[in-house]
Design a protein around this ligand. Structure first.
Ligand code: SF4
Length: 133
């Protein structure tokens, strides 16, 4: 493997979606020795049959899309009874709120139609501009 000369054409294909990223490297992003030594570290772990130390980062795109994340996501702590109650109440509030929002929109739309028709029937179209907003 030789990757020491620049400029070089660097092509990476995303196997998940087929996207191909092409760029011209004017300088090496990292010395090739660093890349080779990282690969050796991984190979040593593989030969020992253990996973490399890795820290899951929920904010990183690599970790979010990684198909091996179940191996390094920290265990989730079980909820305390107080948290369970709080979550249940929040779920009830959420559903109630969503129903109220939907019903509220229907009420507002229905009232708007009535106001609009009434305002349009008045000779000077008084209030019509306010109802249509
Ligand atoms: S989720 Fe994947 S990318 Fe992230 S630390 Fe674990 S193995 Fe590495």
């Amino acid at each position: 493997m030789h990757a020491k000369k620049v400029p070089a054409l660097y092509i990476v294909k995303n196997r998940n979606n087929g996207y191909v990223d092409r760029s011209i490297l004017e300088e090496l992003p990292v010395p090739f020795k660093v890349v080779a030594s990282n690969i050796l570290i991984v190979e040593e772990f593989v030969q020992q049959g253990i996973l490399c130390d890795a820290e899951f980062d929920a904010e990183s795109a690599e970790c979010r899309w990684c198909k091996y994340k179940k191996n390094c996501i920290p265990d989730v702590k079980p909820n305390s009874p107080a948290q369970e109650i709080e979550l249940s109440e929040a779920a009830i509030n959420w559903r109630t709120g969503q129903t109220l929002v939907t019903n509220g929109k229907e009420l507002v739309d229905s009232a708007r139609d009535v106001f609009q028709n009434h305002a349009a029937g008045m000779p000077e179209h008084k209030f019509l501009y306010k109802v249509c907003q």
